[in-house]
Design a protein around this ligand. Sequence first.
Ligand code: HEC
Length: 94
Amino acid sequence: MRSVMLLGLALSLSAAAEEPDLDNGAFLHGDHCIECHMMDDHEALYSRENRLPSRFRINGQVSACVQALDLGWFPEEESDVAAYLNATYYRYED
Ligand code: HEC
């Protein structure tokens, strides 16, 4: 019973968080994403000449990597990381 209530609380909290959380995105990215990209220079990947061309494609690639890694993230976590990458490297207007 208690765990059901906690789950309900977690769901309502994440539903309330409509704005992406850039700090959470930075944390998640540092924890799960840089290990591969660091083999080269992960910043170069995000700023290379033929990098992803739009905000929409960033969202898609983040989802693809999260699925390939089998991380099981919530959509909010993917959008936090996509927003962090955009704010830090891509800087596309939405
Ligand atoms: C297993 C290694 C690996 C891990 C871990 C990894 N990636 Fe990637 N990622 C790659 C490779 C390789 C590419 C380049 C793919 C290509 O050239 O098409 C890439 C490309 C990308 C790009 C596109 C860069 C661009 O502009 O061209 C994004 C965004 C990205 N990854 C996000 C993530 C995120 C977010 C995570 C963490 C959930 C993550 N990656 C974890 C291997 C990895």
